[in-house]
Design a protein around this ligand. Structure first.
Ligand code: SF4
Length: 149
């Protein structure tokens, strides 16, 4: 189950910071100008909390008899346990995996670990050029030195 619209009110869906300036910077000039007018209405901020769709999703969970997945702010073991404890069959991660693709393994190894995602939502502005976490460091392997030198 999910909520809202990523087009009409994206931060209601994602929660956290509203990256209006970063998003406008990716748009053609005419849309950029339009965003100055409608952007603040479209990109309203909604505070982030872990498992933020839980209360709404649980009402559906209790009313239907189908497998269900909880998403939205699944960042650590407590948020996963909260979901499975309420009868959800799966959890889904989005930004947590953009920030750390190996996050599930890290959570498996360390129960106290949480996602490094800070919910800045600046990854939203990368959807046209390959969605990615702007805070993630891409470490390139250092080429091996030739033994002939
Ligand atoms: S840019 Fe990175 S840290 Fe910011 S919300 Fe996206 S995934 Fe999280």
């Amino acid at each position: 189950m999910t909520v809202g619209s990523s087009l009409l009110n994206p931060i209601y869906l994602f929660k956290g910071d509203a990256p209006l300036a970063e998003f406008a910077a990716t748009q053609p000039a005419v849309i950029k100008m339009g965003m100055k007018v409608i952007g603040p209405k479209m990109f309203k901020e909604y505070p982030y909390t872990d498992a933020y769709m839980f209360d709404d999703a649980r009402q559906i969970r209790e009313a239907i008899d189908l497998p269900m997945m909880l998403l939205g702010g699944i960042v650590d073991r407590p948020s996963m346990d909260k979901a499975t404890g309420a009868g959800f069959d799966f959890v889904a991660m989005g930004r947590g995996l953009l920030r750390e693709p190996d996050l599930p393994l890290k959570l498996q190894e360390d129960e106290r670990r949480r996602s490094l995602c800070v919910h800045c939502n600046r990854c939203m502005a990368t959807i046209y050029s390959g969605s990615r976490c702007v805070l993630r460091e891409y470490v390139r392997p250092i080429p091996a030195r030739s033994s002939a030198s």
